[in-house]
Design a protein around this ligand. Structure first.
Ligand code: KG4
Ligand code: ZN
Length: 375
């Protein structure tokens, strides 16, 4: 019965932790960060360790899947060991191990899954298989004051841009998603085109800080009037064409527009669409609050603009702290905790999934699936 801790640790911690609590180790190797976190009862973080591979991929201008897998193999053991030691616990103190099985890079995911399987098997600890997107949505529960259900979640990362109506743990209705590039992917590609390097999001944000966002009217793809879907590939092409002309003119010294203006105008275009769609989804459902998660949610301009739009409508807006926006094992531990509470364990046959739409969670468990939305 894993609701009761098998052993005690750190007697200085509150009595609450000594009895009815569950300590979960979360592991994520879905892309280019090797991460592990230890979380109590899906809320309190004891540790969160992330090993970034930026230096390895930087010379290539993006993530090289084969290199990512090799780096995960090199780092998974020290990262997990560091997460346990920083949490002040040992493997035997864990009540569950949660690991990302998708979506993500297959080779990278396999490293995390097989390591987690090995740990779970030799230590006889329950294992649960987590959807990375569910981890991002639930990362807000690592903060002190999380929102009540239901809420609208916008997940904006390097691989995904989606809007969900979140009705409870494991109950997510997809309302809109990108039909081509993800928002983070657009930041990364535009940074590459502009010579700002990798990773692109932070580089664009930094450069944009000195620019004028209204300078260039880059396109905003709102799609159909009622659509909550996104498309960022046209914007990326528009920036690429603009850059070509801009470089040509720069060589002839006929330049008023700066690189900072281009970065700021691109950023403004992405932010306009994201804020408009998420606020439309909010209005349509009547949900009292909005949560933004994923790497792009670190962007300060996006945070400002969403906070201001939400403030105008009297809506509460929630952001995880930047360390929990980008990929981390702690958010996987939160999702894993709720899966284990629902009895959803994985066995040694669990496999990875490069594509893993969150709707699959509904078909995996009809009893706990979300209510259909009648909008
Ligand atoms: O969630 P995440 O760490 O990994 C994925 O699941 O993809 O997100 C990484 C993405 C990258 O595309 C990165 O450029 C973007 O998040 N990103 C940002 C910022 N920080 C990270 N995009 C815009 N502004 C930022 N400050
Ligand atoms: Zn992610």
């Amino acid at each position: 019965m894993f609701f009761i801790r098998r052993s005690t640790f750190d007697v200085g911690r509150s009595m609450f932790f000594l009895l009815l609590s569950m300590i979960i180790l979360g592991i994520d190797t879905s892309c280019d960060d090797t991460s592990a976190g230890v979380v109590v009862d899906g809320r309190s973080v004891l540790s969160s360790v992330v090993h970034s591979q930026v230096e390895v991929h930087h010379p290539h201008g993006g993530v090289v899947p084969e290199l990512a897998s090799r780096e995960h193999i090199r780092n998974i053991v020290p990262v997990v060991e560091a997460s346990l030691s920083r949490a002040g616990i040992q493997l035997k103190d864990l009540d569950g191990i949660a690991v990302t099985v998708g979506p993500g890079l297959v080779g990278a995911l396999l490293v995390g899954l097989y390591y987690a399987k090995g740990l779970a098997y030799v230590s006889n600890i329950p294992l649960t298989a987590v959807n990375h997107l569910e981890g991002h949505i639930l990362s807000i529960f690592l903060e002190e004051d999380p929102p009540p259900f239901p809420f609208i979640a916008l997940t904006v990362s390097g691989g995904h841009t989606s809007i969900y109506h979140v009705q409870g743990y494991g109950r997510y209705v997809l309302m809109g998603q990108t039909l081509d590039d993800a928002a983070g992917e657009a930041f990364d590609k535009v940074a590459k085109i502009s010579g700002l390097g990798y990773p692109g999001g932070v580089a664009i944000e930094k450069t944009a800080a000195n620019g004028f966002g209204e300078r260039i009217p880059f396109p905003r793809a709102y799609m159909d009037k009622d659509s909550l879907d996104f498309s960022f590939s046209g914007l990326k092409t528009a920036v690429a064409l603009y850059m070509k002309k801009w470089r040509y003119n720069r060589e002839r010294h006929q330049q008023e527009v700066t690189l900072a203006d281009i970065a700021a105008s691109f950023q403004e275009s992405v932010v306009d669409v994201l804020v408009h769609k998420v606020m439309t989804a909010r209005k349509r459902t009547g949900a009292p609050s909005v949560v933004m998660a994923g790497g792009v949610a670190c962007n300060k301009r996006l945070r400002e603009r969403l906070s201001s739009a939400a403030g105008d409508e009297g809506v509460q807006v929630y952001f995880p702290s930047p360390a929990y926006c980008t990929d981390n094992g702690a958010m996987i531990a939160v999702a894993g905790y709720h899966r284990l509470l629902q009895g959803k364990t994985a066995d040694m046959s669990a496999d990875v999934r490069s594509r893993y739409p969150i709707d699959c969670l509904r078909s995996e468990d009809r009893a706990l699936g979300p209510e259909p939305l009648n909008l």
